[in-house]
Design a protein around this ligand. Structure first.
Ligand code: LLP
Length: 405
């Protein structure tokens, strides 16, 4: 149970010390998800590149780096964070459809493991940038395996017709082009079919297609080193991640014949169960036939319920009373879409009680904003029994206008 890691006593201490809303992470849960991955992939010599977009707080990144993980970054900003947190450059990969020339140069200067390119034009830009820097750019291609992962339409990415990756035909052309360039070195092939995927089946299909392609390229003289299966392993809100054994077996079986080193890019499965959003009940009211609990956290802190219809379990800390009723948990932002939970079955809280929103460790803080000029929440890390520390301060009013000129 995740609630075992986020006990009321420590949460009350954190709320008193850091205020609310506040993101609270558990070191123990984070490390456990990493060791679950290691167990599932034992013997496969896989490189885990933690996907910083899920949660790029330096304290968590440093823990991942300390466990020997690499990093998957998608912007110069994430590369900067990854390097600062202590990830070894030789274990960092850089993905994304729209890297700028400046970002490519930053990656090349940082000597990262490889750049995951997503178009011919990007590879040409990479070649130009590498030539300027007198370097050879190691790159991988993200191919689109045209596999459907049954997940939310905003986070399924492996179908043709989406903006991601290149087709196998295009990839072939790019690899052949690179073979004749002294500033390009093709080292890998990658897919990422989506996020919040609970079954190994779409991975098996995508990996079989990619493995076939890798072997075909090898027979034509293009020898790669890395087969990268992206991220996306799902984890239900309120739970730790399901054992990724089926994922490991599917990938191992598909790529065995290629002899390539396996790379995966997990984000959510490691970070989501690691964090909660801790909020405080401001007011209660009825509106029509609805009961509302108005808390001090909002969609600018956690946008997943509004954007994806995500259902994060909610728990109240305090002496809730009366019969269980259905409540919408809403925030102070001026939009009807500002809710953290809809129809949560709860007893009535008192004003000032704490409300916990579970599984907010991934795509929670990292997608937060200053909308409505709200100050971004601080982040706290539970480091042991009864012990915690602040790992990011709450923003201040002057932060809001600091960049305005
Ligand atoms: N690698 C690539 C190339 C990706 O695009 C992503 C996520 C990952 C790895 C990590 O996927 P994960 O293991 O975290 O599923 N904001 C959405 C999720 C967007 C995922 C984007 N790409 C959400 O809150 O559900």
């Amino acid at each position: 149970m995740l609630s075992d890691y986020f006990k009321p006593e420590i949460l009350k201490k954190i709320a008193a010390g850091a205020g609310t809303p506040v993101y609270v992470y558990s070191k123990a849960v984070f490390l456990r998800q990493i060791s679950t991955y290691k167990k599932a992939f034992r013997g496969l010599n896989a490189l885990f590149c933690y996907s910083l977009k899920a949660n790029s707080n330096r304290a968590l990144c440093a823990l991942a780096a300390g466990q020997g993980l690499g990093a998957d970054v998608v912007s110069g900003g994430e590369l900067y964070r990854a390097l600062r947190a202590g990830f070894k450059p030789g274990k960092i990969i850089f993905s994304g459809v729209g890297k700028t020339a400046e970002e490519l140069a930053y990656a090349l200067k940082s000597d990262i493991l490889f750049i995951n390119a997503e178009s011919f034009e990007e590879v040409l830009e990479l070649e130009k940038t590498a030539a300027k820097l007198k370097k050879t750019a190691s790159f991988s291609l993200r191919v689109n395996p045209d596999v459907a992962a049954r997940t939310h339409k905003f986070i399924t990415t492996g179908r043709l017709g989406g903006k991601f990756g290149v087709s196998f035909e295009e990839a072939e052309k790019i690899y052949f082009y690179a073979a004749g360039s002294k500033h390009l070195k093709a080292v890998g092939a990658q897919f990422h079919i989506g996020s919040q995927i609970y079954s190994a089946r779409p991975y098996r299909l995508a990996a079989a297609r990619l493995a076939g392609f890798i072997l075909k390229m090898a027979s034509r003289g293009v020898n790669l080193e890395y087969a990268d299966a992206g991220g996306g392993w799902g984890v239900k809100e309120g739970f730790e991640m399901p054992f990724p054994g089926p994922l490991a077996r599917a990938l191992a079986a598909a790529f065995k014949g290629t002899g390539l080193k396996l790379v995966i890019e997990p984000g959510r499965s490691i970070a989501a169960p690691t964090g909660i959003l801790l909020t405080r009940v401001l007011y209660r009211k009825r509106g029509g036939d609805k009961n509302f609990i108005i808390v001090d956290g909002a969609m600018n802190d956690l946008i997943r319920p509004a954007l994806y219809g995500a259902r994060h379990p909610v728990a109240l800390l305090g002496a809730a009373r009366g019969p269980i009723k259905k409540y919408d948990i809403v925030g102070p932002v001026c939009e009807s879409g500002d809710f953290l939970a809809l129809g949560a079955a709860l007893k009535e809280p008192a004003r000032g009680d704490l409300a916990v929103i579970y599984s907010a460790g991934a795509y929670g803080f990292s997608m937060s904003s200053n909308y409505n000029s709200r100050l971004r929440a601080p982040e706290a890390l539970i480091t042991g029994r009864g012990a915690w520390r602040l790992v990011r301060k709450r923003e201040t009013l002057t932060d809001l206008t600091a960049k305005e000129v």
